[in-house]
Design a protein around this ligand. Structure first.
Ligand code: ZN
Length: 145
């Protein structure tokens, strides 16, 4: 399946849904999470629709994670993160919310919690702030491409 009806991520790929897109290539696309745990929280998705990671052919998993590594460097530089968590959920029991495979890039900061043991809560940032963060990440990632 290359796309699913009523999938908000497929809609973003086709530019039918709004998103601050920070990176795109033939296989994958990255955009800001609308309820970020921290500034710069980014999602990387495959352009083909798969619900969970185990449905994906291994070579496509490889391409997806190559993009994760590339975008992660740009995110770290853009927001000055001290660390990055990579998160990937499969199934309702694992708190998967959108059933189109996605990988979270979550910037972490030393001052937010000792040794990063507790996660920050979801936030809603202003449109202008999101656009500004998106611009910064885009320019950092493009410099590396
Ligand atoms: Zn989809």
């Amino acid at each position: 399946m290359t796309r699913a009806e009523d999938c908000i991520f497929c809609n973003i790929i086709e530019r039918h849904g709004p998103a601050d897109i920070v990176y795109e290539d033939r296989h994958s696309i990255a955009f800001l999470d609308i309820y970020p745990l921290n500034q710069g929280h980014t999602l990387v998705i495959s352009k083909k629709h798969y619900a969970t990671l185990d449905e994906m052919p291994p070579d496509e998993v490889g391409l997806l994670f190559a993009t994760v590594a590339k975008v992660m460097k740009g995110v770290r530089e853009a927001v000055g993160a001290d660390g990055i968590n990579i998160g990937q959920s499969n199934g309702k029991a694992a708190s998967q919310d959108v059933f189109h495979v996605h990988v979270h890039i979550i910037p972490r900061f030393s001052q937010e919690s000792p040794e990063g043991k507790t996660f920050p809560g979801r936030k809603k940032l202003g449109k202008t702030e999101m656009e500004e963060i998106g611009r910064k990440i885009r320019s950092k990632v493009q410099r590396r491409s």
